[in-house]
Design a protein around this ligand. Structure first.
Ligand SMILES: NC(=O)c1ccc[n+]([C@@H]2O[C@H](COP(=O)([O-])OP(=O)(O)OC[C@H]3O[C@@H](n4cnc5c(N)ncnc54)[C@H](OP(=O)(O)O)[C@@H]3O)[C@@H](O)[C@H]2O)c1
Length: 330
């Protein structure tokens, strides 16, 4: 088969479409004929040599895919050859075929195009695990989504709205309008507005019950400031650095909780594993997707062999939703 290979750490030009050995399908795994994959920020770091794949994972980049099951390994009973699926991967998605543990595979939600489904597993599992399973967002609460026009952000806004929350989002320029169209009632320009002041004022001084944060250190202090009493800050990204100052006194006074998690390094099975998140997503989020209340937001479709171009698009910023990598014939 062919797949994207990272010949050496560097810029987008190091991504090469090259011949690779077909993946072997092990016990408990399925083999997927990949229709499409999607670009994640982690892939950009991996390409630059800053985020090596976890032990045992493929060195081919790609944390998600959609496609058709081509073979099932020993012991797999819940999937069949020919099923249209999408999957959360530890790597290997930028390829024509990938082997994946059965517990990380989801059906393509009803009404969703097979290629568009490639951009769902990462955002769905990240948003659902953080906003719902960890932070426990409840109907009527206020959810603040940073980076509201990005892949995660466009999904998180819709999930918050579907769950009956009031959603606030940070973005810039005309992309604030995208956040509003997706249902955000409060939109803050991160370049020249103070999200703490805007969210407090718009919520009558209450603040945010849940914050989904992509900025890490740069926003830590202000994220604690914007929390309502009993608020939960879920950090998923480090775009603003890793070392910040946490005002523990303020956090304690608010009875606040700060969490920071990632998906990729979780085990497949067990209470903290990917399969447990995938199962919850299939049970509780997929019906919202099938009902059209949460839809995939796609910025661009790029041929898989041109992955370098797709990386350049994400690196340039200003992306609305997901950048997909599409295999020939999909
Ligand atoms: N922990 C996990 O398991 C996990 C899983 C998936 C993703 N992530 C992380 O989640 C983050 C979002 O991922 P993604 O796929 O949505 O990436 P993305 O599509 O590139 O979105 C990143 C967003 O950050 C916005 N941004 C840039 N500077 C900002 C600022 N100062 N304040 C607020 N927003 C700002 C960008 O806006 P502009 O376009 O206007 O620049 C863009 O909308 C990344 O950091 C990624 O690594 C974590």
């Amino acid at each position: 088969m062919q797949a994207i290979t990272i010949s050496e750490a560097g810029g987008p030009e190091v991504l090469e479409w090259a011949e690779r050995a077909d993946p072997e399908v092990g016990p408990g795994e399925v083999l997927v004929d990949v229709a499409a994959s999607a670009v994640n920020r982690a892939d950009l770091l991996q390409r630059r040599g800053l985020y090596p794949p976890p032990r045992g994972a493929s060195d081919v980049p790609g944390l998600e895919c959609s496609g058709t099951i081509a073979a099932v390994g020993e012991g797999v009973t819940e999937h069949r050859v020919g099923d249209r699926v999408c999957a959360l991967l530890a790597g290997g998605g930028y390829a024509q075929r990938v082997a994946v543990p059965a517990g990380q595979v989801l059906p393509v939600p009803d009404g969703v195009d097979l290629v568009d489904a490639a951009g769902l597993p990462e955002v769905a599992c990240t948003v659902w695990s953080n906003v719902v399973m960890i932070a426990g967002l409840r109907r009527g609460e206020v959810l603040l989504v940073h980076g509201g026009s990005g892949g995660i952000g466009t999904h998180a806004i819709q999930v918050g709205v579907a769950l009956g929350a009031t959603v606030a989002a940070t973005a810039r320029g005309e992309r604030l309008e995208v956040c509003r169209e997706l249902g955000a009632q409060i939109a803050v320009d991160y370049r020249d507005e103070d999200f703490v002041a805007v969210v407090r004022e718009a919520t009558g001084g209450h603040g945010a019950d849940v914050v989904l944060d992509n900025m890490g250190a740069a926003y830590l202090e202000r994220n604690v400031e914007v929390l309502a009493t009993g608020g939960r800050l879920a950090i998923i990204g480090l775009q603003g650095g890793v070392r910040g100052e946490l005002n523990v006194g303020m956090l304690l006074g608010k009875r606040g909780i700060v969490s920071a998690t990632n998906l990729r390094n979780r085990p497949v099975y067990g209470p903290d594993g990917k399969a447990a998140i995938v199962a919850e997503v299939g049970k509780r989020l997929w019906p919202l997707v099938a009902a059209g209340r949460v839809r995939p937001v796609v910025h661009a479709r790029v041929p898989m062999a041109d992955a370098a171009q797709a990386h350049r698009i994400l690196e340039a910023g200003g992306v609305v939703g997901k950048v997909l990598l599409v295999n020939d014939g999909a």
